[in-house]
Design a protein around this ligand. Structure first.
Ligand SMILES: [Zn+2]
Ligand SMILES: [Zn+2]
Ligand SMILES: [Zn+2]
Length: 143
């Protein structure tokens, strides 16, 4: 488990003329891996025994990627809408739905806050998206 220091890079894109960079990569480098089930964490040093963290807190924690099974678009849920895929705001931990979802709460969150990066929480998507730079970002260590 060396995931804590995953390096991120701009996804290679043959369609672009010039190599573009993203100044927001450091946000991703500060991330910590998925919150693991409590049973596995009891021996960990950064959590006191007997203080279980509710799942909701994991969803809203900046710096901690929520596991997909607890992530949900709260704004959709409040309105009884369904979402397609979820995006996680790297800056504040907001979870919102993707542009293919009816409400597009992740993009709306970026517009409202200016937070630049979202990480896809879809199990089959392993990238982050930078709104200001319009770039996909991927783990350099992905095999
Ligand atoms: Zn960027
Ligand atoms: Zn939504
Ligand atoms: Zn945010």
């Amino acid at each position: 488990m060396a995931g804590e220091h995953d390096r991120w890079q701009v996804a290679p894109d043959g369609g672009r003329v010039s190599a573009r960079t993203c100044d927001h990569l450091e946000l991703l480098h500060a991330l910590r891996p998925h919150e693991r089930p409590r049973s596995e964490e009891t021996a960990s040093t950064d959590r006191r025994a007997g203080e279980p963290v509710p799942a909701r807190e994991a969803v809203a924690s900046p710096g901690r990627v929520p596991p997909p099974d607890v992530a949900r678009c709260a704004d959709c849920e409040a309105r009884g809408l369904r979402w397609v895929r979820l995006r996680w705001c790297v800056t504040c931990g907001y979870v919102g739905c993707c542009d293919s979802s009816r409400a597009g709460h992740a993009h709306a969150h970026h517009v409202a806050t200016g937070h630049p990066l979202v990480l896809s929480l879809a199990p089959d998507e392993h990238w982050a998206w930078c709104y200001p730079d319009e770039l996909f970002l991927v783990r350099a260590t992905a095999s």
